[in-house]
Design a protein around this ligand. Structure first.
Ligand SMILES: C[S@@+](CC[C@H](N)C(=O)[O-])C[C@H]1O[C@@H](n2cnc3c(N)ncnc32)[C@H](O)[C@@H]1O
Length: 280
């Protein structure tokens, strides 16, 4: 990683935790907050993700990503602008940086809004297995949704295989959180199940870099009103929402804007902006 950005992230992380008044292992609203992920924890989860989704420098990785891009580009049947379907990935390091900054609380229900191949749902589940009640994803493109199910299945097989091979399970054993779900759904036109999932979400993330690409000021009024007060996928009061490369109409839609920081994401180099909101 570019050291300038590594430093930037470090500085910003401190200030973000300061904004929330959090520190590792602290308590918020009576709930325990997960300690920040360690380097060895991230490495352990990366090894598993590599087995499931391909190693970042491999041909398998490239092929998987170009197939994912093609899935979004080829689907002309969905009632959303085509640029919102352009595929990109946040990646494990950026996700961990964000969730460590926000502070995962015991019992949080994580949701990746537009979950693509499902990598963030898998990564969150493993990184915060002791803290998350559930790790969920909703994806609009049927082909991507089908692919995410296939990868989730592969993940379960990989973990089971490791379990069987490991004679003396070590403390660093990687596990999944209590429940994981991947759903086909549209945040703008949700079915009952999708609405229900959003009503249970306490910690949402949306990598909206492609959704906001053509929007002035990266504003996302449609997403903002869908997730906000009386929206089609209204989030519960007190839930935390991180939008990467997008801006909500927070005053109109019932969010409190908490803060923002720059972070390194390979797909959007030199950097993306993560904005933190809480639902009032
Ligand atoms: C930039 S990709 C992010 C993929 C994944 N979250 C990640 O970071 O690895 C955005 C995803 O949102 C999906 N998407 C776009 N509009 C959506 C909508 N209205 N409802 C649900 N998903 C949507 C796209 O198909 C795409 O897979």
């Amino acid at each position: 990683m570019n050291h300038r950005f590594e430093l930037l992230i470090t500085v910003v992380l401190f200030s973000t935790r300061y904004i929330f008044g959090l520190s590792s292992g602290s308590i918020s609203r009576g709930r325990l907050i997960a300690p920040e992920t360690t380097e060895s924890q991230r490495q352990g989860v990366t090894k598993i993700l590599d087995l499931v989704y391909g190693d970042e420098n491999s041909d398998e990785w490239e092929a998987r990503r170009s197939q994912a891009r093609a899935s979004g580009e080829e689907d002309q049947t969905l009632n959303v602008p085509q640029h919102e379907l352009v595929y990109g990935e946040l990646g494990l390091d950026a996700l961990a940086t964000i969730l460590d900054a926000v502070g995962v609380e015991q019992g949080d229900r994580f949701m990746d809004i537009g979950s693509g191949d499902g990598m963030l749902v898998s990564a969150a589940s493993m990184l915060y297995s002791d803290f998350l009640e559930s790790s969920m994803g909703v994806e609009i493109v049927p082909d991507l949704y089908e692919r995410s199910l296939k990868f989730q299945n592969r993940l379960e097989n990989v973990l089971q295989q490791i379990d069987e091979d490991e004679e003396n399970p070590s403390d660093g054993k990687v596990e999944l959180c209590r429940s994981m779900s991947l759903d086909l759904g549209n945040v703008y036109e949700p079915n009952e199940r999708t609405k229900h999932l959003f009503s249970k979400t306490t910690l949402g993330v949306c990598f909206a870099t492609t959704w906001s690409r053509n929007e002035p000021g990266r504003k996302l009024p449609k997403l903002s009103s869908a997730l906000g007060n009386s929206g089609s996928c209204e989030l519960p009061a007190g839930s935390k929402l991180v939008i990467i490369d997008g801006v909500l109409d927070h005053e109109n839609d019932g969010f409190d804007f908490v803060g923002q920081f720059n972070l390194f994401v390979p797909d959007t180099a030199p950097f993306s902006i993560a904005r933190l909101y809480t639902k009032l």
